[in-house]
Design a protein around this ligand. Sequence first.
Ligand SMILES: Nc1ncnc2c1ncn2[C@@H]1O[C@H](COP(=O)(O)OP(=O)(O)OP(=O)(O)O)[C@@H](O)[C@H]1O
Ligand SMILES: [Mg+2]
Length: 230
Amino acid sequence: MNHPNTVVELHNVSIFQKEKLILKKVNLQIQKGEFVYLVGKTGTGKSSLLKTLYGAIPLKDGIGLVADFDLKKVDWKVIPFLRRKLGIVFQDFQLLMDRSIEDNLLFALDVTGWTNKQEMQQRIDIVLTNVGMQKKRKSMPYQLSGGEQQRVVIARALLNNPVLILADEPTGNLDPETSEDIISLLNMISQKTETAVFIGTHDYYTITKFPGRIIKCANGSIQEVEELFS
Ligand SMILES: Nc1ncnc2c1ncn2[C@@H]1O[C@H](COP(=O)(O)OP(=O)(O)OP(=O)(O)O)[C@@H](O)[C@H]1O
Ligand SMILES: [Mg+2]
């Protein structure tokens, strides 16, 4: 990586779904702690770009670095190590419904190689406190509102101190007020922890409340935009 603060670097990247070219000449740099939105009409390639960054779509064309990983060299053996540097948040909350919040987080620590029970409990304390959910530690996911579940998902994303959070429509299933609350939380995290946050969203109202860099997918590529409605 050229610069120690760079967490994403794409040079002349082309992104495909199967054989179909979705985005071309993608150039993008994201630095530590940056808060960046990814906007664009439906089907323009937002999810495809995010998937490329977390290794779910292989990089064929161009140069791509994420959290010091060369995306061209990310295969199934490397993906778990890349994912440990990333926090990934989706629209559907993706908690395991058959176990408590604490057990969801313990499971996530377990599969990422944590073994010391005391350290695991301490880490869970910290991330739940960061998202204001420590009181719900023993609750089951179905006892939580959508916004509360998404807070827990964000806590889970924070467990391994990611350098980058990738969120694909994290507020897609939430009402406007709760959406604002979730974006505010992600914004606070990017400021406090220097974690970069990259959010794919249609939620223009919230963008105006929590300003950040805006990248737009359109016409088969991406561009930086100054004005959302230009
Ligand atoms: N698994 C897939 N196989 C083949 N084509 C796909 C696949 N997923 C997406 N595509 C196509 O890739 C293009 C970009 O889709 P993508 O999901 O990245 O868009 P998006 O900007 O995230 O849209 P939305 O706002 O609806 O989530 C679309 O034309 C879509 O049909
Ligand atoms: Mg999408």
